[in-house]
Ligand binder design. Structure first.
Ligand SMILES: [Zn+2]
Length: 76
């Protein structure tokens, strides 16, 4: 991995590559791309991911509950 700084020696020399890296992996047009992001962006992103995880958990629960309700409707 290169750090993204044009002046950094890691751009030219593989041995000079260093960490840590904050990488944002995502799928764009069916292809995976990685984007280097700053520490602040990384923190912000982590919060969004946390919120999304919570939201997805709630959604999954809502689906289960609605399925139970639907089943009960059919059984009566
Ligand atoms: Zn570098």
């Amino acid at each position: 991995m290169k750090c993204g700084k044009a002046t950094c020696s890691c751009q030219k020399n593989k041995k000079d590559r260093h960490g840590p890296y904050n990488l944002w992996d995502r799928k764009v047009n069916g292809r995976f791309t990685s984007k280097m992001i700053s520490q602040n962006q990384f923190k912000q992103m982590s919060q969004w991911i946390e919120q999304r995880k919570r939201l997805e958990k709630l959604m999954a629960q809502a689906i289960v509950i609605s399925q139970q309700i639907a089943l009960e409707e059919f059984e009566t």
